[in-house]
Design a protein around this ligand. Structure first.
Ligand code: THU
Length: 134
């Protein structure tokens, strides 16, 4: 398990905080930003995008990943993901986002605010037995 180099963590947190301002969160009023870094060192970011039909909401983590695929193609190799929110409260990726992170980053480290402060967890700690085909 590799830890996230300090410089990358700073970069990711800055990108996540910046994109968080673009969140569309009129229902929950909970703005989230996420940023990921690839093996090539590219950074992609995303925010949560809510919908009046609540279940259509897209979390910040999935927005970041889908943006990365759209911009850079499907050979995405995620090394680390950082998640921030505008309320400074614990916020780890939801189950659906864990599975999507795992798809493109089976060795990814995830940096998020836990109940006892900031945490860095390997995706397989957050999602044991992640689903994959082949
Ligand atoms: N949300 C995220 O974007 N990421 C998370 O890790 C947790 C939850 C969003 C979804 C919804 O727009 C709002 O936070 C409240 O659940």
């Amino acid at each position: 398990m590799k830890t996230i180099p300090g410089k990358q963590r700073t970069l990711l947190l800055r990108a996540a905080r910046k994109v968080m301002r673009h969140a569309h969160a009129p229902y929950s009023h909970f703005r989230v930003g996420a940023a990921l870094i690839t093996a090539k060192g590219e950074v992609f970011a995303g925010c949560n995008v809510e919908n009046a039909s609540y279940g259509m909401t897209n979390c910040a983590e999935r927005t970041a990943i889908f943006t990365a695929v759209a911009q850079s193609g499907p050979r995405l190799d995620i090394r680390a993901v950082a998640v921030v929110n505008d309320q400074g409260v614990p916020c780890s990726p939801c189950g659906a986002c864990r599975q999507v992170i795992y798809e493109f980053g089976p060795e990814a480290m995830v940096y998020f605010q836990g109940s006892k402060g900031w945490k860095e967890s390997h995706i397989t700690e957050l999602l044991p037995e992640g689903f994959h085909l082949k």
